[in-house]
Each structure stands twice: as C-alpha cells, then as structure tokens.
Design a protein around this ligand. Structure first.
Ligand code: NDP
Length: 273
C-alpha cells in the first residue's frame, strides 16, 4: 500500500501538483500516491481529518485553505509562523506539523536556477497577499541591500512591514513610492497577471540587465513581464520554477530525498514571447 499524500484546495481543476509529485516519486523510486482533494469551503478541517483517518501522511494546501491549515496545525515551523499561512503539512500520530515552502521555492528558483544572488541587491516585491507574505522571510534571508514591498492597498503593505519590524532593510509603500531608483530584482506577487492586468508600476523600477519574476505561471508573456522587457530587464521568469521548487521542498521534507526539478521546469515551461 503506497503512502498517501494530497493537495487540498478549491477549485482544483487545473492543478499540476499530482503530476509533479507523481513524477518526483518515479524519479526517486518512492512508493506513494498523490491525489487532489477539492474540499468544500469551510470544510477544510473535516476533510483533512477524514484523509488522515484513511492513512494520509501529508498534504499540500492551496487557496482558499492556507489560513485554515495555519489554524489546524499543532506545530508551526518558522516560515509558516512568519507567513501566517501554511502550504504543506505532515502528520505524525496526533501531530500536524506545518510549513510554508512558497517563499523558499521562489528564492531557490531565483538563486539556483536563474543564477541571481540576492545578497547586496535591491529587491522590489509587488503584492501583499498570501504568496507575498510567504516570500518575505526567505527573501530577507537572502541578504538584499534593500527589500521594498509595494501594494495597491497601501495599508496591507504597511501591515506586512510591521509584521517583520526589526528588519532594517525592509521598506513598504504604494506603487507611487517607488520609481526614483532602479531595483535589480522585481517580483510580481500580485494576482493581476491571472486576468491580464498590470499594477501601476513605474517602468523606471527595472534596472537594466536585472531580473523580473512573475509568480503567475502558464500565462506566457504577461503585461508585467512585457513592461520589464521593454524597460531593459535582462532576464524574465514566470512562476513555474517557484512551483517546481516548492514542490521539491515539500517532497524532501516528507520523504527525505530530493527530486530533480530541472526536468519538471522544462516540461511545464511556457515560452515567454
Ligand atoms: P491573494 O489574493 O492573497 O493576493 C493578491 C494580491 O494581488 C494582493 O496584494 C492584491 O492587492 C494584488 N492585486 C490583485 N489584482 C491587482 C491589480 N489589478 N493591481 C494591483 N494589485 C493587484 O493572492 P496570492 O498571494 O495567493 O497569489 C498571488 C499570485 O501568486 C497568484 O497569481 C498565484 O497564482 C501566484 N502564486 C504562485 C505560486 C507558484 O508556485 N508559482 C504559489 C502561490 C501563488 P490588494 O491587496 O490591493 O487587493
């Protein structure tokens, strides 16, 4: 009987996670199953209890359940605590141990796959929602010279800043506050690209030859990436690498073996043109 894992979310029609973890299991010779469970909104805890009763060993969590999972956990790892949201859990008896790998997946992609060291760089992140919250601590851990967060609802950016108060290199504001000086790395952690929208970003934020990274994946050249390219950014990336890297972190945490991510990134990549 293979060990059971699952993704919990709603809706889940287009999820890539079962395919990704199935490939990781084959690549590493692990005997496990991975299914997508579309739990009813408001029914996360009951659905996870039922999965655990059937022998479930661990889960990934996506929208809208990342905060429900935070509340369900009996133990929170540092990144989940900092993010206030959970995207991965493992179950050991009565223990429900919670992690958040979204941000570390993003940083792995930027530093290892794209070859941009964050240390000493100027980094701007747009957005202050769940994905952005998960990214703050891992991005700060990379040691940027300055880390700026811009959000449409400025109060949310300020609140995120207060949550990480004590990090001298962190500044927050609205889109109008940034544009006077360029950033080496600009990350779009908003959901605007899902609808073909573009936050009111000053194109002068992009350093010539810098990196622009959109967390959205499967959309090709988004308005954000096009703006970056036209402004002189030298390297563009969407969220496929982040997706594969956070999955690999989860897989290694559950199974103790690291799957290769390069074949998965190649398989899922959509041309940025
Ligand atoms: P949330 O709904 O929690 O947050 C949405 C954010 O986008 C908010 O900051 C919101 O601003 C901002 N926003 C939305 N539309 C616009 C717009 N038109 N102009 C300016 N700002 C806008 O979403 P998540 O944080 O969960 O997800 C964000 C994105 O990250 C999604 O596209 C998701 O697909 C992607 N993602 C990718 C992952 C990966 O592995 N590649 C993993 C997780 C997420 P405001 O606060 O003002 O409303």
């Amino acid at each position: 009987m293979p060990d059971r894992y699952a993704l919990f979310g709603h809706p889940l029609a287009h999820t890539k996670s079962p395919m990704i973890h199935g490939a990781f299991a084959r690549d590493t010779g692990q005997d496990l199953s991975y299914e997508a469970i579309e739990a009813p909104v408001g029914g996360f805890a009951a659905a996870v209890d039922a999965f655990r009763a059937r022998g479930g060993r661990g889960i990934n969590v996506t929208q809208p359940f990342k905060v429900d999972a935070f509340e369900y956990a009996t133990e929170l790892c540092a990144r989940a605590k900092a993010a206030g949201a959970v995207n991965c859990m493992k179950f050991e008896g009565a223990r429900a141990i919670a992690e958040n790998f979204d941000g570390v997946g993003l940083v792995n992609d930027i530093e290892r796959n794209l070859g941009f060291a964050l240390a000493g760089k100027r980094v701007l992140m747009m957005g202050a929602g769940g994905a952005a919250r998960g990214a703050v601590l891992p991005l700060l851990s990379g040691g940027p010279a300055l880390f700026a967060i811009a959000n449409r609802t400025i109060a949310k950016a300020k609140s995120l800043g207060r949550h990480f108060a004590g990090h001298a290199r962190l500044v927050t504001g609205g889109y109008g506050d940034f544009g006077d000086e360029p950033f080496d790395v600009v990350i779009n952690a908003t959901s605007a690209s899902l609808r073909g929208e573009l936050p009111p970003l000053d194109p002068r934020v992009f350093a010539v030859g810098g990196l622009a990274c959109d967390m959205v994946y499967g959309k090709g050249m988004t308005p954000f990436l096009r703006l970056a390219w036209n402004a002189g950014a030298g390297r563009l990336a969407d969220g496929v690498g982040m997706l594969a890297e956070q999955a690999a972190e989860a897989f290694e945490w559950w199974r103790g073996v690291r799957p290769p991510t390069a074949p998965m990134i190649r398989k899922l990549a959509v041309p940025l043109a």
